[in-house]
Structure formats: structure tokens, C-alpha cells
Design a protein around this ligand. Structure first.
Ligand code: ATP
Ligand code: MG
Length: 286
């Protein structure tokens, strides 16, 4: 069988959908049924292996998978020989310490001698050591947020995204330990022949990310407004200009960054732009 790059993704959970969508947007076709453990792609030399996210750093270190998609928090917690390759821009969250609402929390000194429940003992231990705090760490694997309410711990350290889970469990966030997002990791030793495939995969991921961050914009403007508008939205090289049937008017096409777009709209209108259309880009290669 020809060489395939084996990529580990989470079997089910918060990373699964984003991981599969990224591969699919990169034009890689494979089956992804819920009971599937391995799935070779039909159009790219890659095989997807579905695993629990906690196991991915180890499998990648051992070379069972060549690369994996996992949260940065898990990489830091597991301390395996994993090389970070690329941040993937989804599953953004933070790891925080929370205490019961109404606690008179005065800083990390408050944690001295207390018990903290968490699924991330290594990260929490390191955080406490750096601040010279001695606290007990009570490792539990799930539903950490109920620990204070049932008398298991004084505080928790857990993943937070909106804070609503903390809120509904009567907790308040008091320390922000780290930020995390999904990341592509590789093992210490690339297996034979996979380097080129990984480079192709990274090229495609870059194209997907650029496309997600940019939009194609079309607008109509009087010919005399073209230089001003070109200054505002220069695009990848320079805008495409096409004459409209109506004399003295043109259609101008360019690429805009999603983040700048709302600021530019006002400037474009002031410069004379009309009939502005903004459409998604599927792939973008500079
Ligand atoms: P598994 O059964 O595979 O061990 P899990 O319960 O450990 O799954 P999930 O809750 O699916 O893990 O979270 C996986 C990763 O997704 C986390 O390690 C974190 O990086 C990220 N994550 C967790 N919660 C959120 C959230 N609320 N918003 C965004 N990202 C999150
Ligand atoms: Mg897990």
C-alpha cells in the first residue's frame, strides 16, 4: 500500500466537528460515521484515526499516528514529545480557576491549603508552583464544576468558554491560567515518506484559513472613484475593473479581510461605491 499520513482526530466531543470540517474544506474526502475507528481518504494519501482526545498526544509521540488535532490544553497537560505544527483557529477556550460565588477571593494566596478539583492536574500544579502556593489537587475526569457544591473541593480549575456552566453552578472565575485552541501536532520522528504529504496538507490548511478570513467583494462605482476605492480595498494584487453597460461606471472586484470589512464599508460608500456585494471565498492561494 502506498504511504499515507495518519492523522488522529477526536472520536466524539468538542474537537470532532471542527477537525472534520477543516479536512473536508481542504478537499480531503473520507467517511466519518460515528462508529468508524479508521477512515482512509479516497482522494488524498491520508488516513483519519478516531481516538479519545486525551490519548492523541501519546499516540502521536509513539508514531501510531503521524499527526493529531487536539486542544493546546491537552498537549500541555500530557507533556508528551509532541511538536506543535499549526494553530487551527477553532475550539477556543481558556483554563481557569473558579470558586463559589460570594467568596472573598483575595488573589492566589487564598488558594493556600485549599483543595482544587480539576482534570488538568499537571497544568494546575505548574501554575501553583510558579506562584508559590501550596494547595491540594483533586483529579477528577468529568463534571468538575459540581465538586465545590458537594464538598469535594474548595475551588476548581476547568475549561471555560462562555462562563455559563460556571454561572449555573454558582461559581465565579478568579484566575485565568491559559488560553487554548485546537492545534496540529506531530511526533518527534516523521515516518518514511510522510513529510511531503504533511507539507501538502499544511498548504491546503493555509488556503482554507485564508479563505475563511477573506471575502470577495463586488461593487459599482463612477469611473472617477476607482483610484480612491482601489486605495481602500487593494485586494491580492489590485482590483479587477470591468466596464458597466452604463457609460462612466465600472464594476470593481477585490478581496477584503473579514476583520477590516465593516470599517471599510463606510469609506467605500463615501468614495461613491454602490451595490456592494460580499461573498464567501472557498479556497485562497496567494
Ligand atoms: P474525550 O471523550 O475525547 O476525552 P473530553 O470530554 O475530554 O473528550 P471535550 O469536552 O470534547 O473533551 O473537549 C475537547 C477539547 O475541546 C478540550 O480539551 C478543549 O481544548 C476544547 N474545549 C472544551 N470545552 C470547550 C468549550 N466550551 N468551547 C470551546 N472549546 C472547548
Ligand atoms: Mg478527553
Amino acid at each position: 500500500m502506498s504511504t499515507r499520513l495518519r492523522i488522529a482526530v477526536q472520536k466524539s466531543g468538542r474537537l470532532r466537528d471542527g477537525s472534520l470540517r477543516l479536512l473536508e474544506d481542504a478537499g480531503i474526502a473520507f467517511r466519518s460515521g460515528k462508529d468508524q475507528l479508521k477512515s482512509p481518504s479516497s482522494n488524498f494519501p491520508l488516513e483519519v484515526i478516531f481516538l479519545r482526545d486525551d490519548d492523541i498526544p501519546q499516540y502521536v509521540e509513539d508514531g501510531v499516528a503521524d499527526v493529531g488535532i487536539v486542544g493546546e490544553n491537552t498537549v500541555l497537560e500530557k507533556k508528551r514529545k509532541n511538536n506543535p505544527i499549526k494553530k487551527l483557529g477553532f475550539a477556543h477556550c481558556r483554563l481557569s480557576i473558579a470558586v463559589p460565588r460570594g467568596t472573598n477571593y483575595s488573589g492566589t494566596g487564598w488558594l493556600e491549603g485549599k483543595n482544587i478539583a480539576t482534570s488538568y492536574p499537571a497544568i494546575v500544579r505548574q501554575f501553583l508552583e510558579r506562584r508559590n502556593v501550596n494547595a491540594g489537587i483533586h483529579e477528577i475526569s468529568g463534571s468538575v464544576e459540581i465538586a465545590p457544591g458537594i464538598g469535594l473541593a474548595d475551588a476548581i480549575a476547568d475549561i471555560v468558554s462562555t462562563g455559563s456552566t460556571l454561572q449555573s453552578n454558582g461559581l465565579q472565575e478568579v484566575e485565568h491560567i491559559m488560553d487554548s485552541e485546537a492545534i496540529l501536532i506531530a511526533g518527534p520522528q516523521p515516518s518514511n515518506g510522510t513529510k511531503d504529504i504533511l507539507d501538502q496538507l499544511l498548504f491546503r490548511i493555509d488556503a482554507v484559513h485564508s479563505a475563511r478570513n477573506n471575502k470577495y467583494i463586488l461593487l459599482n462605482c463612477p469611473d472617477e472613484a476607482i483610484p480612491r476605492i482601489t486605495n481602500i480595498i487593494p485586494g491580492m494584487k489590485s482590483p479587477t475593473i470591468m466596464p458597466l453597460a452604463r457609460p462612466g461606471w465600472s464594476s470593481l472586484h477585490s478581496v477584503v479581510n473579514e476583520n477590516d470589512f465593516w470599517n471599510q464599508i463606510g469609506q467605500l460608500k463615501a468614495a461613491g461605491a454602490e451595490g456592494i456585494l460580499v461573498i464567501p471565498i472557498e479556497k485562497m492561494i496567494a
